[in-house]
Design a protein around this ligand. Structure first.
Ligand code: MF3
Ligand code: CO
Ligand code: CO
Length: 269
């Protein structure tokens, strides 16, 4: 879909208009609402395909569109990444077990605007290491978001995330990144979750992008399985991820994908 709004920076990043924030907010809210509704479904004994079917039906019920069904041949309304799956887990016959942790990632298109968000869930009793991983990953995302304001750089965002994760002796995945979005799913820039302060493009009011750090308990290396989607940690260590879609404002940023029910983290309890 061609996008002709606003202007484009030298780095190829689109600058949207004030009036475009409302469309992103609506799309982000719909994605976040659906993630809120999934909470009671995440239980030991439930297959991940059941969760995906529910998400697909919720999207249809609202008369909006899934951005992932048909995207590069992907056939599902969500990605569900369990335990050592880093991202792009394919929903299917896998049945959740007590203590599993999982990321559920939903992207919807509402009136042409893309809302992309993911968060962590736990089936049954959450282990202490897994809980720490999830807490650190969420806090890393929020520290990255706190670095979003005009004049800061994308490197400042990555640095804030990396510094916090590594101070907690965990690792930041390098093989996947956040992305610009708006009237398209994936646009420049690549939003790295590591970096040096002051490096990268300068943030400007009107930029829309995701921040979606993946954090591993072990080493950062990943590999993609033979299905061409599922990314896993090479060392089989647990991995977690949270994702928000944000827009840069005059003084900071607007988070488009906040949970209407306040369930972004923790999703349980
Ligand atoms: N929602 C993912 C992201 O955060 C992309 C999923 S693409 C899919 O960018 F095809 F795997 F669904
Ligand atoms: Co994304
Ligand atoms: Co996503």
């Amino acid at each position: 879909m061609e996008d002709t709004r606003g202007r484009i920076t030298r780095e190829g990043i689109r600058i949207y208009e004030d009036s475009d924030f409302a469309g992103m907010q609506r799309a982000g809210e719909v994605a976040a609402e659906i993630l809120d509704m999934v909470v009671p479904l995440v239980q030991p004994g439930v297959a991940t395909s059941v969760i995906d079917d529910f998400i697909r039906e919720e999207i249809a019920r609202r008369g909006v569109v899934s951005a992932t069904i048909g995207y590069k041949g992907y056939q599902h309304a969500s990605c569900i990444s369990v335990n050592h799956v880093v991202c792009h887990g394919i929903p299917g016959a896998k049945v959740l077990a007590d203590g599993d942790i999982l990321n559920i990632d939903v992207t919807v298109i509402v009136d042409g605007w893309f809302g992309d968000t993911s968060r962590m869930y736990a089936a049954g009793n959450l282990g202490r290491k897994a809980e720490r991983l999830i807490d650190v990953t969420h806090e890393a995302l929020m520290r990255g978001i706190a670095a979003v304001k005009p004049g800061n750089t994308f490197g400042d965002i990555g640095f804030a995330i990396q510094a916090y994760v590594e101070a907690n002796r965990m690792s930041v995945v390098r093989d996947f990144c956040g992305h610009g979005l708006g009237r398209v799913f994936h646009a420049p820039p690549n939003v790295l979750h590591y970096g040096r302060p002051g490096s990268g493009a300068v943030l400007e009011e009107g930029m829309f992008f995701t921040i979606e750090p993946m954090v591993n308990l072990g080493r950062p290396e990943t590999k993609v399985l033979a299905d061409d989607w599922t990314a896993v940690t090479r060392d089989k260590s647990l991995s977690a991820q949270f994702e928000h879609s944000v827009g840069v404002t005059a003084t900071g940023c607007q988070i488009f994908t906040l949970s209407p029910a306040g369930k972004f983290h923790p999703t349980w309890g």
